[in-house]
Write a protein of this length. Sequence first.
Length: 369
Amino acid sequence: MGLFDKIKGEFIDVIEWTDDSPNTLVYRFQRHGNEIKNGAQLTVREGQAAVFVDEGELADVFMPGMYTLETSNLPILSTLKGWKHGFESPFKAEVYFVNTRQFTDQKWGTKNPVTMRDPEFGPVRVRAFGTYAFRVSNPATFIKEIVGTDGHFTTPEITDQVRNILVARFSDAMAESGIPVLDMAANYDELGTKLDDRVQTDMGSYGLELRTLLVENISLPPAVEEALDKRTSMGVIGDMGKYTQYQAATAIGDAAKNPDGGGLAAGGMGAGLGMAMASQIGQAMNQPQQGGQAAAPPPLPRGPQFHVAVDGQQAGPFGTDALKQQIQAGTLTKETLIWTEGMAEWRPAGEVDAVAKLFGAVPPPLPPK
């Protein structure tokens, strides 16, 4: 190799990145100490952005397209270098290619249960998990705030932080939603929307954008789920009396098909078991018709009960018979104030129909002897 070829090899004239790895967010172009010459060709493909950094200071950002690196399209870098007479000499700058496509099927979930107050069950602990997709929306901010000088930055280096943001905002969204635990399965989209709105600001400060957020499952602790299963089973069973009768009848059939041993002793034991079960069935079937609390007649309906004002004090409540006695004794007159449930205020007894008619039904005092 001649001297001219050696000098020529120290200058870079083509800058591009064709790596197709599935998790690379930022790749630093390998310059190996060489200089980028004036007029070099820069190729930025769709889903990429090229960020130039000079001496630790961010210079220019190039979006998809093909560029010839000259003074006209490197205004910031030219200013940093201080070229007063045009951009003619080679320069050393770091070029970072940023992957701006969407990164899908990223997992998120709560490491520990989140405690929330449910309107039906009270305080409960729930877990949640799902998937999300994100992309780099501001390459310059992402380089400055997150990547720094990392020459090969991948998704696992940022997904832990994004997951922490999602989990932190999830508890707030759950608490403010007011959605009962049993109704959450029908409101996954609403929860995802609430969580999306809260996370966008946090991710924007990193130069990232949350594209989609899906809540796949919200679960309760195993003990609570077991209690819910039992409650559901009781609802399916329905009438416990009929269920008990069915279980007893099934047990008799099983005992008849599988006698324990043979001979008269086994037959006697089977017969005794059958008689005991039959007795239980009879008691279960007759229980609604025979004595007990269920067969007792309901109490007779009571008439209206009235409170009476006596010497400025409230007395009562009194039924119809007691009011008749007070009218007959003269302690209750048509001007006496009375009140019962449903009345807005106290009123004279003579103006209340239910009591006014009692004055005519009470016989006058007996004449003196």
